[in-house]
Design a protein around this ligand. Structure first.
Ligand SMILES: *Cc1c(COP(=O)(O)O)cnc(C)c1O
Length: 444
């Protein structure tokens, strides 16, 4: 059990992209809206563990996990088995019509695993954005207040309300407005770009001053925060920032929503990134790694807030689909059994050592940061803090051509992030990092 079916080795048999990928890319261009783009046109036919096999038979190292989704590995055997079993029983009834146990069991797991031992309730949805929207609905319902505060560099999704919360214009917001009203943005803690030596408490005070002056604590329903900002650039806030924001929220009756969609489920070396400083959010949104590759999202939180909403006020046709729920139960069981938090810490230490050595040799790497198996480098023009997004683009493309799937991110597009499956084997990870190092070295 849990042994990947595809050999865990990088193996290239064509130039990348290969001929069959190029054929598919031509079909895609004629059929798929170009607004939906891909990082690199390698079409995947099979995957297992941390290896993707493309349609030309190339085996690629996956250092992105489909954006932090397959933490338990591609085609994790327990997930495959649970999905097959559930889909053969029944694939859908709609939980709001005819309920079923897996939905209840997933909510029990969520209530037990998310930070804090207070009484909780959960509700299930299809996507991260939908979970964030519902967290805002619940916070507004429970507080009777309108305003929602998000941070600079935030990413919370692509629906209209979550685009209002998301900070970056291109590619997310450009020409898609007008956005939902009563959303306000205040500064985050970004140690690499904040004034030298700014503490977490000082960064929190800067944000709180703006909320109080521009929005008003009494008019604020919720504060929505990624404990480590993902798409914004793997920005780890200065210690003390999150606890200070959470304490201010509690003192002012503002619902503190932790968006753990990217950071949750062992990725950072804890079950949740909030655990690192003992922050207990009022509501937490999770998705991505929750169901081992199946689409599932959740809002979990204080029972008094969750139960404020009238019966029928939350839901959706597919939310908490039984197949996705079965996958989630298997995925979380796998995280527990294989202790994937410990694996994330081991991966983090190995990645960090390599990235720091790279940074010491290459002045184009301005910062190395992250936690657990969520590590990144920020690229700058040597000797400055000026972002170098072109270098990030070239390095990511070079990695892909060499058979390593890596991703960029960041408000300035200049961050390369590593999110390997937490089951990646050490030698495969080392090979992937060698390729990255070669691509960085080629920058001179
Ligand atoms: C990915 C992500 C979302 C959106 O999730 P979708 O499933 O793509 O809608 C929201 N918040 C964070 C922090 C994310 O990383």
């Amino acid at each position: 059990m849990d042994r990947p079916a595809v050999p865990q080795k990088r193996r290239l048999v064509t130039a990348l992209p290969g001929p069959r990928s190029l054929e598919l890319e031509a079909r895609r261009t004629a059929a798929v809206a170009r607004g939906v783009s891909s990082v690199f046109p390698l079409y995947i036919e099979a995957a297992s563990g941390a290896v993707l096999v493309d349609v030309d038979g190339n085996s690629l190292i996956d250092l992105g996990s489909g954006i932090a989704v397959v933490s338990v590995g591609h085609a994790a055997p327990t997930v495959v088995e649970a999905v097959a079993d559930q889909v053969a029983r029944f694939a859908h009834t709609c939980f709001m019509v005819s309920p079923y146990e897996p939905y209840v069991a997933v909510c029990e797991v969520l209530n037990a695993r998310t930070p804090g031992d207070h009484e909780k309730r959960s509700a299930l949805f299809n996507s991260g954005a939908e979970a964030v929207e519902n967290a805002v609905k619940i916070a507004r319902h429970a507080t009777g207040r309108d305003a929602v505060v998000a941070l600079d560099h935030a990413y919370h999704g692509r629906t209209n309300l979550t685009l209002a919360l998301t900070a970056k214009n291109l590619p997310y917001r450009h020409r898609f407005g007008p956005f939902a009203p009563e959303v306000y943005r205040v500064p985050a803690s970004y140690p690499f770009r904040d004034p030298e030596g700014m503490s977490g408490a000082e960064a929190a005070a800067r944000a709180i001053e703006q909320i109080e002056r521009r929005v008003g604590a009494d008019d604020t329903a919720c504060l929505v925060v990624e404990p480590i900002q993902g798409e914004g650039g793997f920005i780890v806030p200065a210690p003390g920032f999150l606890p200070a924001l959470a304490a201010w929220a509690r003192a002012n009756g503002v619902v503190f929503v932790a968006d753990e969609i990217q950071t949750g489920w062992c990725r950072t070396g804890d079950w949740f990134a909030c655990d690192d400083e003992g922050v207990v959010p009022d509501l937490v949104t999770t998705a991505k790694a929750l169901a081992g590759g199946m689409p599932l999202a959740a809002v979990t939180g204080r029972a008094d807030l969750m139960e404020h909403v009238h019966p029928g006020g939350l839901g959706g046709t597919y939310g908490g689909n039984p197949v996705a729920c079965a996958a989630a139960l298997a995925a979380v069981e796998t995280m527990e059994r294989l202790d994937l938090s410990a694996a994330a810490r081991r991966i983090g230490a190995a990645v960090r050592e390599r990235l720091e050595a790279l940074a010491a040799a290459h002045p184009g790497i301005g910062d190395v940061r992250g936690r657990g198996a969520m590590q990144a480098v920020e690229l700058v023009r040597p000797g400055t803090r000026e972002p170098d997004p072109e270098a990030a683009r070239r390095i990511v493309a070079a990695c892909h051509r060499a058979g390593v799937v890596a991703l960029s991110c960041g408000s300035f597009g200049n961050v390369i992030r590593l999110l390997p499956p937490l089951v990646i084997q050490p030698d495969l990870l080392a090979d992937g990092l060698d390729v990255l190092a070669g691509a960085v070295a080629a920058e001179g």
